[in-house]
Design a protein around this ligand. Structure first.
Ligand code: GLN
Ligand code: ZN
Length: 760
């Protein structure tokens, strides 16, 4: 027998229950506190987590789950994969680490991208033929010892070698044919050294995370996975190894890993419940311990413990040992629902990280000692599940009846040629019309007014007046700059999803439900618990106020259904497509009300369209079908003369490019400044024939582009797309920038558009 892990979680939040790490980091970065103070906060947070997890009754407590910024960056640093330009800065270890994460004056940070299909972002390691892997940093060993001193035995968690290399990119200057995976043998030598050191330190179990195999992989990559774990498993003196696959069905990788000497596998049984069936008959699994990921690590609902136990029972015959775990690390959920002062009924349906640990413990005990041993807990869980299933506030029959009565024509706008003509007449825009993506810089005054209103320090009328003053200022500024399609500037929105969730039935907001997005940045996703309904207009008042101030068209600004879902905790009791359609109907109502109020251009932002793409290509079609139909449902209820825009925050469309065509928006604005308009050729290749606004101002940097630069970009755009389809706009919203940059940049954008118009 291989030894048992017992009940466990694959990882835990680290930002601190009250975001202590965020504060400590930002204070250190601002030079207000010392490295020693930061390290002390970190140590306290780690000790708190270990203690909490052990006292909750987990058999195995994960270790090394703390990070100052990101676990992928930690892995790079552990194994010495620090590109020379950072090492050359001559900074101490911690500041070098932060230079990689955040950049310094002369050296930009590593690229950051989304961690699989979550809203967490990791730093992309750069690996080249010259990267020399070594055991450069011993944090995993030190933290094991630190926990031991605090009286807790931990199971160090590391990003696995395959996932690390598959997420890395080739360093600049590497030959075309080079792939980071080519370096696997050298990286494995460094992992082996770490495993030996951990073994010497007394570590019993190490967890290696390989979520990369929940996505489609080539036969070569699967073979490399097998080779790697045969090699690590073959080490003479090493800890026992748990290889964890999550964020979906581990698929073929289960067989591959089961065929190696590792002692245990972790599988995600939540994302794809059918994974349970695929585990039967896997050769070698009977000799392994299985950590059954039965408690959802990514969503905030209480687990149906009865159902989880049934699934666990099916597994009992399949593997040598079955332990209960989470589907993935709990990094993706907030700390503790007890910290929330929210509606008690909804609260009783929720489980955040602390509650999920408890669920794992209860399930573990039920497996070990029988259901009777935890009868009370099972009964309480059952009562909450039943209450939620039968709750009237979850179901809104009006919403359901409306959706059922929908016909295909509700998702179909008029013929595009006719639309274009009607919009031309209605809007009377010059060629190459100029506009912005929606938000203007959020000044301290605006933020203060919003905070004061939320806290009840100013009344609605005062708040409204402050927002109106800001809108007036922004409209006047745009007139003065000479933009053609104006925006109200979004001063009333703290966040493009939260604003809508606060105005829609079916959502609830938390006060402390923070989740790490990257580094010290946290988000507080709203919880979508019931049928979505719009009780009253959400944006019409602001848009119409803005429109009254100007003769130019003001663009109404909404967030699309897919993005609202992507940045919320969504219900798990109905298909996502159904929820999307409900949100789409609410947005559709808003679109129609904006039109009725005289708004002739309406933008529905869908920056998350690509983010929600399933990890496996086989599921792309089904996802894109509901995503596209939700957008069309939201935007098809208006006359031909109303111009629908959409905005997407990126320039590499990959598998979503056909879906972008299918959205059928009249105008699509995209990021393009950095990639110098290349994206237009991709759009041409799939026959995109609508208006397009390739960004000509990179708003991610404080740099002000001069008019000549914007002129060049526009000329480049005109080589791919005829002038009558081109719009001139920045890459994205201006919310995070300052007026000192935005004003001259927009002036340059307008004069560039004017100059290029003269060349037409
Ligand atoms: N309209 C939003 C803004 O301008 C769009 C933001 C986004 O694309 N993420 O801020
Ligand atoms: Zn954007």
């Amino acid at each position: 027998m291989t030894g048992k892990i017992g009940s466990t979680v694959l990882g835990y939040p680290r930002i601190g229950p009250r975001r202590e790490l965020k504060r400590a980091l930002e204070s250190y970065w601002a030079g207000r506190s010392s490295e020693a103070e930061l390290r002390e906060t970190a140590r306290e947070l780690r000790a708190g987590t270990w203690r909490e997890l052990r006292e909750a009754g987990l058999d195995s407590v994960p270790g090394n789950t703390f990070s100052y910024y990101d676990q992928v960056l930690d892995t790079a640093v552990t194994f010495g994969a620090v590109p020379p330009r950072y090492a050359a800065l001559g900074l101490g270890p911690l500041d070098t680490y932060f230079a990689l994460a955040r950049g310094v004056e002369a050296v930009p940070p590593l690229e950051m991208t989304k961690w699989f299909d979550t809203n967490y972002h990791y730093l992309v390691p750069e690996i080249g033929p010259d990267t020399e892997f070594s055991l450069a940093d011993r944090t995993p060993v030190e933290q094991y010892r630190e926990a031991l001193e605090a009286g807790v035995t931990t199971r160090p968690v590391l990003v696995g070698p395959l996932t690390f290399l598959l997420l890395a990119k080739s360093a600049e200057g590497a030959p075309e044919t080079f792939q980071p995976l080519d370096k696997l043998p050298e990286l494995l030598a460094a992992y082996a050294e770490l495993l030996r050191e951990l073994h010497r330190a007394g570590v019993e179990w190490v967890q290696l995370d390989e979520p990369a195999f929940a996505a489609d992989r080539t036969p070569e990559q699967l073979a490399a996975l097998g080779d790697a774990y045969r090699q690590l498993g073959g080490l003479a003196a090493r800890p026992k190894l748990l290889v964890a696959g999550y964020f979906g069905d581990f698929g073929e990788a289960v067989r591959v890993v089961a065929g190696t000497p590792v002692e245990a596998l972790g599988v995600d049984l939540v994302t794809e419940p059918s994974t349970v069936d695929s585990l039967s008959g896997v050769p070698g699994l009977r000799d392994k311990a299985l950590v059954a990921g039965l408690v959802d690590g990514r969503n905030i609902w209480r687990t149906d413990l009865d159902r989880a136990l049934t699934a666990a029972a099916t597994l009992l015959g399949l593997a040598g040992e079955v332990s209960v775990g989470t589907s993935c690390s709990l990094l993706h959920v907030p700390y503790d629902v007890e910290a929330e002062d929210i509606d008690p009924q909804v609260k009783s349906w929720l489980a955040f990280a602390a509650q999920k640990v408890r669920e794992v413990v209860v399930l573990g005990r039920a497996l070990k000692d029988g259901r009777e041993a935890v009868a009370d807990e099972l009964a309480a869980a059952r009562a909450a599940i039943d209450d939620r299933a039968g709750a009237t506030r979850v179901r809104n029959n009006r919403v359901r009846a409306r959706l059922e009565s929908l016909k295909p024509e509700h998702s179909q706008r008029g013929d595009y040629a006719k639309r274009r003509e009607a919009q031309r007449k209605s809007l009377q825009l010059p060629p190459l019309p100029t506009t912005t993506i929606g938000s203007f810089p959020q000044t301290t005054d605006v933020r203060k007014a919003r905070a004061a209103f939320t806290a009840g320090r100013i009344d609605r009328a005062t708040y409204q007046q402050r927002m109106r003053d800001e809108i007036k200022r922004v409209i006047e500024l745009q007139e003065q700059i000479g933009l053609d399609v104006l925006v109200h500037g979004e001063p009333e929105r703290n966040d493009m999803v939260q604003y809508f969730s606060e105005h829609l039935d079916g959502f609830i907001s938390t006060a402390n439900g923070w989740v790490q997005s990257y580094g010290s940045r946290c988000v507080r996703p709203p919880i979508l618990y019931g049928d979505v309904f719009r009780p009253e207009p959400m944006t019409v008042e602001w848009a119409t106020y803005a429109q009254k101030l100007t003769a130019k068209p003001v663009k109404g600004m909404l967030t699309g259904p897919v993005t609202i879902l992507a940045w919320s905790f969504v219900r798990d009791d109905q298909p996502l497509g159904e929820t999307a359609a409900q949100v789409a109907m609410a947005i559709r109502d808003e679109v129609q009300d904006l039109e009725a109020a005289g708004i002739r251009v309406i933008q529905v932002d869908e920056p998350a369209l690509r983010e929600l793409l399933p990890l496996r290509a086989a599921q792309h079609g089904a996802y894109l079908a509901w995503a596209v139909s939700a957008f069309r449902l939201a935007t098809s209820g208006v006359a031909d003369s109303t111009q629908v825009h959409t905005h997407l925050c990126y320039s590499e469309f990959g598998d979503v490019i056909d879906a972008i065509v299918a959205l059928d928006a009249d105008v699509t604005s995209i990021e393009a400044a950095r990639s110098r308009m290349e994206v237009l050729d991709d759009l041409n290749a799939v026959g995109f024939g609508r208006g397009v606004g390739p960004g000509v101002y990179d708003i991610h940097s404080p740099r002000v582009p001069d008019a000549a630069e914007v002129t060049d970009l526009l000329r480049a755009a005109l080589r791919s797309v005829p002038a009558e389809r081109i719009w001139v706009n920045p890459d994205c919203g201006l919310k995070t920038r300052g007026y000192a940059e935005v004003e001259p940049a927009l002036k340059n954008l307008v004069s560039a558009a004017e100059a290029v118009r003269r060349e037409l």
